[in-house]
Design a protein around this ligand. Structure first.
Ligand code: NAD
Length: 356
């Protein structure tokens, strides 16, 4: 009998609907070919939710995601909603959803495709063969710490990590490292911040459970520099919420375009799979967005949430094949580009290859 999965779909704002539609096209093609049945339920978040319901994270979405096996998400945000009070803005909806789903670990792979080596601003010899994973703590740290305030003459946020928060994210990173090169670099600012000193000591404790994994530590300012100088030295980077946010965007540029990179947010319950980029309002509605990051996120969903490894492999291979054959969206066009395609055409190509 065919396996059946419930997939939550959150398209969001800007290019969100365009790129998620292409990922669904690919998921449909691969699931038919592999004999599994995906049932989609669409839910609202961010600006689209504000327009429809007045709030960025409706209760129906919170209830809905918990009934799914996994959730595929596009992106949220845009100028239209930027003047709202902070708790009513699209970003608050996404932060709230991650918190509700308990997805405390954000996995962001940064892989350099050989075919796109010239799309990066870095030298080919620096980036050829880069394959690293940033494991970012997602529901604690500076973005959530209390107290926080914006007052007339001052403003502040608080960076807090509890032992439990650091231990559970460290275990995710060590488990991933065991399946990769068995090397972790934990990134912090322990020379200045007490919270980072605590992070470092707690990670050291967890490392004792994984004697095969080599653990090193690096200050975040140096890590930013090393990512650009010699990215191949990294396998798994383990870090907190704000440092991970910044480092994973820097790592994304190794691959040449923010439009290529997927992410998985996992925890104890349902996982959330999304591209690392935002809603790109500057190109929304023009049909030129790169759907590959979202299609790769759908592949991560199949791999990490549903255990459909063969289907995930089919998608990853289809992406490589399309790039090898010279199909490019505008953001990654280079001298190897044979044909500049639209968002929808790229979806068609990947769907066709993945279904074979
Ligand atoms: P962005 O990632 O949306 O865009 C940055 C640049 O990259 C833009 O020039 C954009 O055109 C380009 N780009 C992004 N994705 C692309 C794709 N798939 N194909 C081709 N080009 C792509 O970041 P931003 O401009 O700082 O933010 C725009 C909005 O997105 C803001 O409202 C922000 O708050 C929101 N945002 C949302 C998320 C999320 O939903 N997870 C993440 C970051 C930013």
């Amino acid at each position: 009998m065919n396996k059946s999965y419930k997939i939550g779909i959150i398209k969001g704002d800007g290019i969100g609907p365009e790129i998620v539609d292409e990922a669904i096209k690919v998921l449909d093609a691969v699931s038919v070919a592999q004999g599994c049945n995906l049932k989609y339920t669409e839910m609202l978040l961010g600006g689209a939710a504000i327009d429809e319901t007045g709030i960025p994270l409706p209760k129906e979405t919170i209830k809905g995601v918990k009934k799914c096996d996994a959730v595929l998400f596009g992106a949220i945000g845009g100028e239209k909603w930027d003047k709202l009070e902070r708790h009513l803005r699209p970003e608050s909806g996404l932060l709230g959803l991650r918190k509700e789903m308990g997805t405390f670990a954000n996995l962001r792979p940064a892989t350099v495709y050989d075919e796109l080596i010239h799309a990066s601003t870095l030298k080919p010899e620096v980036i050829k063969g880069v394959d690293l994973m940033v494991v970012r703590e997602l529901t604690g740290g500076l973005y959530f710490g209390q107290p926080r305030a914006l007052l007339k003459d001052k403003a502040y946020n608080t960076m807090i990590y509890t032992r439990e928060e650091v231990e559970r994210i460290a275990r995710v990173a060590f488990d991933i490292a065991m399946k990769r090169q068995k090397c972790i670099c934990s990134v912090d600012k322990a020379n200045v911040l007490e919270v980072s000193q605590f992070w470092r000591e707690t990670v050291e404790e967890i490392a004792k459970e994984y004697p095969e994994v080599e653990l090193t530590h690096m200050y975040v300012d140096n890590a930013a520099m090393q990512l650009i100088r010699e990215p191949k030295q990294f396998d798994v980077i383990l870090t907190g919420n704000i440092f991970g946010d910044i480092l994973s965007d820097a790592a994304s540029m190794l691959s040449g375009s923010i439009g290529l990179l997927p992410s998985a947010s996992i925890g104890d319950g349902v996982g959330l799979f999304e591209p690392i980029h935002g809603s790109a309002p500057d190109i929304a509605g023009q049909g030129i967005a790169n759907p590959l990051a979202t299609i790769s996120s759908a592949s991560m969903m199949l791999r990490y949430a549903l255990g459909e490894i063969k289907s995930a492999d089919k998608i990853d291979t289809a992406i490589k094949k399309a790039l090898k054959e010279g199909y490019r969206t505008g953001d990654i066009s280079d001298h190897d580009a044979k044909e500049i395609v639209t968002c929808s055409e790229m979806g068609d190509i990947i769907a066709e290859y993945a279904s074979k």
